[in-house]
Write a protein that binds this ligand. Structure first.
Ligand code: ACO
Length: 349
């Protein structure tokens, strides 16, 4: 069985910097509130019309492919993770395939929100291990800024998220490099609606087995997006932040310890933990719980906000570019998010 290595990595952050104070134009908030609760100082927003989730993914992918020493035509499978696709369907995978003039290869879209990149890496790892593919492009990209409520009503969510993209090229590991040691994926759908965007959707005001609101029987012709939904801001994400926090600080350490135990390793063996950049307070809580030093954890949410599926590859790329990850280092990637879903990837760089 092959092992999988990261052969190239790239990231793309839009040039427009939006500070906490810039958000005061749109909503009642403050730099102090945002920094204290989330650690975020600024984030990037994509160009309103010239950039999309796919185009940012393409920019990150170009760098990853070049660094892997191959061309887009060498890629034999795409896995694209995002929660804000250009279209409801088809997904961004095929749009990237078209934009990069790739061959008629498979393109898979992953919808696992903040854990999207971890899920995508795990799926791609299986294809490399079995020998099915030799060059897989894995992308995480988000254009959150196009789908947030920028009024005071949506401030508990909109201040947190930012735009960006990260990408890696996976190949079979060579020269005795063990590459990816393990991937672990988990879910618990019990609280699926705690961090979610309900519309557009086909739920017709029913959650599984539960009626949400008085709603006449839906008739043929009723739509999954209505004026009423827009008036009630139901087309924007919803989050019960405190419930998310409580679950995240349990599941993050759990899935990291699971990976270490499976590989007979200890937290002290980790050279770099790259946690999904959900919230600086969550990362600090996890660091404290695992008794990790500052130099064992990489955070950049301060500059980019929470970029969901892009956050892990962007942080990994930046840490590597800064020389904080070296050959042979034990790197742990971990994420937790909407679903809830969570997971980890443990690898030797
Ligand atoms: N600016 C100013 N005040 C605000 C803002 C804002 N942007 N947002 C909310 N408030 C106010 C609320 O209106 C409320 O005011 P009130 O007491 O007068 O009613 C007060 O602040 C507290 O509101 P809460 O929603 O209870 O805020 P909380 O203290 O829980 O902080 C936060 C919110 C930062 C989201 C916190 O719950 C948290 O850290 N949650 C973890 C979840 C998270 O970080 N998710 C990230 C995305 S999901 C993921 O990646 C896994």
């Amino acid at each position: 069985m092959n092992r999988t290595k990261i052969a190239g990595i790239g990231m793309y952050l839009p040039s427009r910097v939006v500070t906490n104070n810039d958000l005061l134009k749109y909503m009642d908030t403050s730099d102090e509130w945002i920094q204290e609760r989330t650690g975020i100082r600024e984030r990037r927003y994509a160009h309103r019309t010239n950039e999309t989730t796919t185009t940012m993914g393409v920019e990150a992918a170009k760098i990853a492919i070049e660094r892997a020493g191959i061309t887009p035509q060498d890629i034999d499978f795409i896995v694209f993770a995002t929660l804000c696709p250009d279209y409801y369907f088809p997904g961004c995978g095929v749009l990237l395939q078209r934009a990069m003039k790739m061959k008629e290869i498979g393109a898979l879209d992953v919808r696992n929100q903040c854990s999207g990149f971890i899920y995508a890496l795990s799926v791609a790892d299986q294809f490399i291990k079995t020998g099915m593919y030799k060059n897989i492009l894995v992308v995480g990209s988000e254009k959150h800024s196009f789908g947030l409520d920028f009024t005071t009503r949506g401030r508990n969510i909109s201040v947190i998220f930012g735009d960006g993209a990260g990408a890696v090229v996976l190949q079979p590991a060579t020269n005795g490099n063990p590459g990816i040691l393990s991937t672990y994926l988990h879910s618990d759908g019990e609280a699926a609606e705690i961090l979610a965007m309900y519309n557009p959707g086909t739920h017709a005001n029913h959650w599984v087995g539960q009626k949400l609101a008085d709603f006449n029987e839906a008739e043929i012709g009723d739509m999954f997006m209505s004026h009423e939904m827009i008036d009630k801001a139901q087309n924007f994400p919803f989050m019960d932040g405190q419930s998310v926090f409580k679950k995240a600080v349990v599941k993050f350490p759990e899935v990291i310890l699971e990976a270490l135990a499976a590989n007979n390793l200890q937290t002290a063996d980790i050279n770099m933990l790259i946690p999904h950049q959900a919230n600086l307070r969550i990362s600090q809580f996890v660091q404290h719980k695992l008794k990790l030093r500052d130099d064992q954890v990489y955070n950049n949410i301060q500059k980019y906000g929470n970029t969901t599926a892009a956050s892990v590859p962007v942080a990994l790329c930046e840490a590597w570019e800064q020389g904080k990850i070296k050959e042979g280092d034990l790197v742990c990637l971990a994420a937790f998010g909407s679903g809830f879903t969570w997971g980890s990837v443990l690898l030797r760089w």
